[in-house]
Design a protein around this ligand. Structure first.
Ligand code: COA
Length: 219
C-alpha cells in the first residue's frame, strides 16, 4: 500500500475521534458492490484452529464488545441485523456485521434503505494480533456464500477513502466501485454529496433533523 494515503487516513481518523460525535464527524467513502451470483473462487489459506459462523444469541453478540462499538451489539437481532464472527479458543477474533433492510449511520446523519436482495456489510474488524493471516478473507467468504444461499443478490459496503486495506480485501472477493458519499455532520447539522449509483430517497425524507435517506441503484 502507498504509505501517504494510509497515514493520512489514520491521522485524520484519530484526530476526528478525539472530538465528541455530536461536534464533528466527516466520512468520505466509496460504495462497493459485490455481486453474489458470481462469487470468485477464493483460495482460502488454512487458518488453524478457528471457527467461522453467524453469531447465534444476544450473549454471543455481547462477547463482541472487545471488537466493535456498543451500538453494533445493541442493534444485533440475528436476522435483519446480524454478525458473522471468527472464534479462536471460544473468543471472537474477527467480526463482520450485516444489515438487510436498512443501514443507519446516525453519527453522519445518513441512512441507506436497501432493496430486496441487497445486504449492507459494515463494522468489519479483525483483532490486531490476528491481522494479515487470512482471517478476514475467510470471514468475508463465509458471509458472502451464506447470503448467496439465502437468495440475496448483492452485498454493498462503504469503504472510507484512504482505507486501502479494506478496499483491497473486498476487491479481492469481487468488490467493485459503484458510488461515492461524502458525509459531514457538525453540531447537529448534516450534509452529504453523493455520486455514481447512490441516490437520495426524496419521497421518504424523514422531515427536519431526520437522516438523509439514500439508496444504491445498479451501477
Ligand atoms: C480490514 C481488515 C478487517 C482485514 O483483516 P485481515 O484478517 O488482516 O485480512 P486478511 O489477512 O484476510 O487479508 C485479506 C486481504 O486484505 C488485504 N490486506 C489485508 N491487510 C492488508 C495490508 N496491511 N495492506 C494491504 N492490503 C491488506 C489484502 O488484499 C489481503 O489479501 P492478500 O493477503 O491475498 O494480499 C483488518 O485490517 C482490520 O480490522 N482493519 C481495521 C478495521 C477496518 O478498516 N475495517 C474495514 C471497514 S470497511
Amino acid at each position: 500500500m502507498s504509505r501517504m494515503p494510509a497515514l493520512l487516513y489514520r491521522f485524520s481518523k484519530s484526530a476526528m475521534h478525539a472530538l465528541p460525535a455530536w461536534v464533528l464527524r466527516v466520512r468520505p467513502f466509496e460504495v462497493l458492490e459485490i455481486p453474489l451470483a458470481d462469487l470468485p473462487a477464493v483460495c482460502l489459506p488454512a487458518v488453524q484452529g478457528i471457527e467461522v459462523r453467524w453469531v447465534a444469541s444476544p450473549i454471543e453478540a455481547g462477547e463482541l464488545r472487545q471488537l466493535v462499538a456498543r451500538r453494533n451489539i445493541d442493534r444485533w437481532d440475528g436476522n435483519a441485523s446480524r454478525a458473522a464472527a471468527v472464534w479462536q479458543d471460544g473468543a471472537p477474533i474477527g467480526v463482520l456485521h450485516v444489515a438487510l433492510d436498512s443501514f443507519d449511520e446516525p453519527e453522519l446523519g445518513v441512512a441507506f434503505r436497501l432493496a430486496a436482495g441487497d445486504a449492507w456489510l459494515h463494522s468489519a474488524v479483525v483483532a490486531p494480533p490476528y491481522r494479515r493471516q487470512g482471517v478476514y478473507r475467510q470471514l468475508l467468504a463465509f458471509a458472502l456464500e451464506s447470503l448467496r444461499r439465502e437468495g440475496l443478490h448483492r452485498a454493498l459496503l462503504g469503504v472510507t477513502v484512504g482505507n486501502e486495506t479494506s478496499r483491497r480485501a473486498h476487491a479481492s472477493q469481487g468488490g467493485r466501485h459503484v458510488g461515492r458519499v461524502s458525509a459531514v455532520r457538525c453540531l447537529g447539522l448534516s450534509a452529504c454529496l453523493i455520486g455514481g449509483a447512490v441516490r437520495r430517497v426524496e419521497a421518504d425524507r424523514n422531515g427536519r433533523g431526520g437522516p438523509t435517506l439514500l439508496t444504491v441503484g445498479h451501477g
